[in-house]
Design a protein around this ligand. Structure first.
Ligand code: 4AD
Ligand code: MG
Length: 463
């Protein structure tokens, strides 16, 4: 089934050449002059290809005039300059074959605009719309840029386990992994007898690859992970998924300053890649979803990020004239309304907050000399809020042990992680970028369910 992708035809515009194309029909209209215009899209780019089907084609009356939105077809013919508006070139078909019909009475994607809610209910068909096709291409382009950025800097791509026995963030938001028959769970007195389970102990889906990434950073120097992570947070918001993708670089011999520098150059690199390589899709988002996305990315490239401490942020928030739903006080975690106020109203650009109170951050973050704050950094962007969370890691054995206990975790579960601090410990740091939040930021899409192919959220695991 040899074919040429539309992206190649439409970018090279080789008028006179002969092509075979295959794709799904977006529209068909018939002209009085005895021919039809068929627009197809094959997913390789946003634009459609216009095909001219003349009534002299042998299946014109039987098939071509019955072609509807959603059908898949194969067409061959020569490329011509198009006299019409909206396209430079068009294909004059010598042959059109219908590969698959789509009944117009039941095919849900008719030409009109559909709501994002409705499209979520047809996640198997929504990639055929302009928006979801563009999201899928942007995810792919961003993935390449992420790998290229790290590989060019001699970071090694590390595959960390999906099933683990630890809770990296210590928040207890774990999906359990078990082969128990849930109707007959073996018990040892009151407790579940995990010795009889598949792994002989409780296991869960990973919330982060960080702890394992630290192991490899303490051997290979600089590594990164890029994979799915899972959180059983029962938060039905536009920024939370139960399954999301995270990019986690980890660097040995690195402090918080180096970590922040990496995060800044990383984001600038992938944004520049996007603006250079995804013109068509980015112009689409800028036109139909959020008219500020391109300008915002260009702003990041030229102006960079504002930096301040958590304590400074609290001072600004405490003085704000605005009323917040959640109270502002030193020691409280920042809520999305606070983050957005700082980014969107006070600084009007992305900000990096450092040195958070120890009690609101995970056990692995390095304690500052003040004993009150940790070497954490969160990178916040307008509209989305936190897209990156990172820190310098606690590299002192005793302090780490105290912090693990303080978090209510069992040090025995972290014996290997603790040992890294016994044998050749060194300053090291890293961060996690939420890939879907990044895609929200660059596309302007407001709901995280619309930037991942098949969203998993509380109550929803369809498709
Ligand atoms: O801030 P988090 O929890 O940090 C970590 O997991 C660290 N272990 C990372 C590290 O230092 N290696 O998560 C990192 C990022 C957040 O900033 C956010 O962008 C994203 O992951 N994130 C989510 N994205 C979608 N749905 C959720 N439920 C998310 N939770 C976190
Ligand atoms: Mg965080």
């Amino acid at each position: 089934m040899k074919r040429t992708r539309l992206a190649d035809i439409l970018s090279s515009k080789k008028v006179g050449d002969h092509f075979v194309v295959m794709g799904w029909v977006r529209t068909r209209r018939d002209s009085k002059g005895g021919f039809s215009f068929i627009e197809i899209n094959d997913g390789s780019c946003l634009k459609n290809l216009q095909i001219i089907a003349d009534k002299r084609l042998s299946n014109y009356g039987d098939e071509i005039v019955k072609i509807q939105t959603g059908c898949s077809i194969r067409a061959s013919g020569a490329l011509f300059h198009s006299p019409g508006k909206g396209q430079d070139v068009e294909l004059h078909a010598e042959e059109i074959q219908v590969l698959g019909w789509a009944d117009p009475d039941t095919y849900p994607l008719q030409k009109k605009r559909h709501s994002f809610e409705f499209l979520r209910s047809i996640a198997h068909l929504r990639p055929r719309t302009n928006t979801f096709g563009a999201v899928a291409r942007i995810r792919s382009a961003m993935s390449l840029a992420i790998h290229t950025f790290f590989q060019e800097r001699r970071f090694f791509y590390l595959h960390t386990p999906i099933i683990t026995g630890n809770d990296c963030e210590g928040a207890g938001e774990l999906f359990k992994v078990t082969t128990f028959d849930l109707g007959h769970v073996p018990r040892d007195g009151e407790d579940v007898d995990f010795k009889k389970d598949f792994f002989g102990r409780p296991a869960n889906l990973t919330v982060s690859g960080q702890l394992e990434a630290e192991v490899y950073a303490m051997a290979l120097g600089d590594v990164y992970t890029f994979g799915p992570t899972f959180r059983a947070e029962n938060s039905n918001t536009s920024r939370h998924l139960a399954e999301f993708w995270m990019v986690e670089p980890e660097m040995a011999f690195c402090d918080l300053e180096g970590d922040i520098e990496l995060a800044e150059s990383f984001l600038k690199y992938i944004f520049a890649h996007l603006l250079e390589n995804c013109h068509e899709d980015m112009a689409f988002f800028n036109r139909f979803i959020d008219s500020t996305v391109i300008e915002t990315l260009e702003g990041v490239l030229s102006k960079g990020f504002e930096r301040l401490t958590y304590t400074e942020a609290i001072e600004i928030l405490a003085k704000a004239e605005r009323k917040f739903q959640f109270p502002v006080a030193w020691g409280n975690d920042l809520q999305s309304e606070h983050e957005r106020y700082l980014c969107e109203e006070v600084f009007q650009r992305p900000i990096i907050l450092v040195d958070y109170p120890r009690q609101i951050k995970p056990f692995y973050m390095k304690l500052n000399g003040d004993q009150k704050t940790v070497r954490a950094m969160d990178l916040l962007v307008p509209r989305v809020g936190e897209i990156i969370g990172g820190s310098q890691r606690e590299d002192d054995y005793e302090t780490l042990l105290t912090r693990i206990r303080e978090a209510g975790l069992n040090p025995d579960d972290y014996w290997w992680y603790l040992e890294l601090r016994k044998f050749g410990t060194a300053p090291h740091a890293g961060f996690g970028l939420g890939f879907e939040r990044l895609i929200q930021f660059v596309t302007g899409l407001s709901n995280i369910r619309d930037v991942i192919p098949f969203p998993r959220t509380p109550g929803n695991v369809s498709f």
